[in-house]
Design a protein around this ligand. Sequence first.
Ligand code: AMP
Ligand code: MG
Length: 511
Amino acid sequence: MNVMETKIRKIDKNKIDEKIIEEAAEILREGGLVAFPTETVYGLGADALQEEAARKTYAAKGRPSDNPLIVHIADYDDLRKIAVNIPAETDMLAAHFWPGPLTMIFEKSPIVPYGTTGGLDTVAVRMPEDPVAAALIRATGGFISAPSANTSGRPSPTTAGHVEEDLGGKIDMILDGGTVDIGLESTILDMTVSPPMILRPGAITAEMFEKVIGPVDVDETLMSPDSVQAPKAPGMKYRHYAPKARLIIVEGDLREEILAIRQLAYAAHREGRNVGIIATSETLPFYNYGIVKNVGTRENEKTIARGLYSVLREFDEECVDTIYSESFAVQGIGKAIMNRLEKAAGHMTVSAADIVRCQKYRRILFVSGTDSARGPMAAELLRNCDLKQEYVIGSVGMVVLFPEPVNQKVEAIMKSAGMSLAEHSSKPFDTEEVRDDTLILAISESVKEKLSAECGEKENIRTLNEFAGDDTDIPDPYGKPLTEYGACFEILKKLTQKAADRLNALVEDEK
Ligand code: AMP
Ligand code: MG
């Protein structure tokens, strides 16, 4: 395709510049292409009644021409010009959901060219709410066909910048109205069957339809990865919304998902690979490895819908071969979010529980008397070992009355080995720490006895000597010269390395 100049015009939906609308409408009436904002995603507009304009649309997007376009209208009366045999419930649905993110499918009237409908005798119609879209539709003559304004196979555009990335140089104009509101494509409802059937989930849900017209059907090919039937909306059969990297959805309860993704990201890090993580505001702080992006907040799933395509596009700019995503509740707009995520992932999902099960311990806690010398040293030494899995490693003391830093001799020894405990502050032991996923390593037999007295004998409460399988005495250097601290350090180094080997062996056993 010839490279052309793509004009970019900023437009404010609260103060629409009619001159810009007229400039864009003129292009459309002459058979050109103009991308414009709607509340769902940016659309690639063409005059819906010109066969040749539809052909250009397919060419610009690189879209298979059997994938029909949605015709956008601005006035309800115009529906009757392009659709016939319109069922009675349509009025009610339109009264509730138009203008808005709902596309309805009807039998087409003869004025709609087959180019626009991908050869079908039906036509998909939507009345967008965005005032820029409405003004453009009216100025053009009432009917604009518009698929999403992306290159076929890429995530749909939610900003004018996304449109420019994909279609700059291939279309006549982009109207830049800022970031869209919803961020996922419209719900598609087939009105040619009774009851009507949802062919694509979106912001308007089955429950919302039900309140207006009673039960609707859902195309069952939508959610199931192994359906042999073709989906009823032709576009749904293509691997759509796809990022360049392999996307894998990790499914389970949220806590397990976080643990599993941490584990996968840590494993990749050890192999020198970078992975992407799709996280939420709430879960962001839990990830230490990989390129982590915030898709939105779980408190308001609309933010996740709005952020999803942007995040997928951002990952295309990053050097990652795999992206792991948390999953979302399949309720309300969550259904549309998961539908798009699953399509982007080509239905690749893994069970968080299966991954998590491979790791017996996730936390390792060293317990000493005051948590100011041997305990924190052992913890820092273990953190510096080559561990096959990620652990939260910490230390506490049995007799800690107030937080204290490690003593200066400890820090001097650590520094000379290229480590530091400058950030450490002693913490008291709390019985809450004794959980099944925590390995508790007492620094001495007497500390272990105190622990057992408080919590009972437990398989995961051991001395460091026991766990390391080495009974070298760990001397208490308190009040002794620096050389004694040095000797203690060397013993702890040997024991923590043996403990690390043992932990790594446990990982192998569980595989
Ligand atoms: P897009 O505009 O890129 O969001 O894609 C339009 C979607 O609407 C595609 O999935 C199409 O397959 C679907 N669609 C458009 N017209 C029809 C129709 N007449 N029957 C069924 N699905 C349609
Ligand atoms: Mg699309």
